[in-house]
Write a protein that binds this ligand. Sequence first.
Ligand SMILES: [Zn+2]
Length: 235
Amino acid sequence: MIFSYPGLVCATSGKPYNMSLTLGQTQGALLNRKVFLDGLGIEYRDLVCAKQVHGDCIRWAGEPDKGKGALEHDTALDDTDALLTDKRNLPLAIFTADCLPIFLFDPQRPAVGLVHAGRRGTEQEITPKAIRLMQDKFNSRPGELFVGFGPAIRDCCYEVGVDLKDNFNYGLKMKDSRYYLDIILINKKQVLESGVKPNHISDCGICTSCRQDEFFSYRRHGAACGRMISVIMLR
Ligand SMILES: [Zn+2]
């Protein structure tokens, strides 16, 4: 559980349960989803899933989207890396292995959001864009939003090429002549600049690469590894 408030369910799964219907060992993925989500009081057939492309497209999900991508990948929402909703009992899902899942919660409206923030999504400022869309769609006020960072590869392990130097003017750290990207720091800065209060931001602090025994890590296990599910829902 990333953070806990009455009326909110949010969590990220761990190994060995692959939750992806297209990547890694997909046999049993539906059952894995069912078992994990049952434990949270979420109906796995109601999940709203996205075909993630490391872009910056954010979609607002309503009742007609319920179950899209829940039982087969084909029906998942196209070209989407963040989902928002103000509907109750409409669980939003994203899938990651190293990329950063970001949970957004507006207790006033109420409304929720879930962002898949990898390096490219972060570069495209997908999280501030999601916050702006919550403002437009739900009249959310950034000062009232709560933001949670899930398990992701961190600056201890996320080595990148020097060519990324021009893409980020902060968040790139040098250690023993190698460059490491702090994707959490960058998103945190973006979120603060969007108007979220520092004491409304929580971070689970988990590095998926350091803790590869408990979490899928793209860097450690390769592209064919399984994916964790992150889920958020208003009750
Ligand atoms: Zn690490």
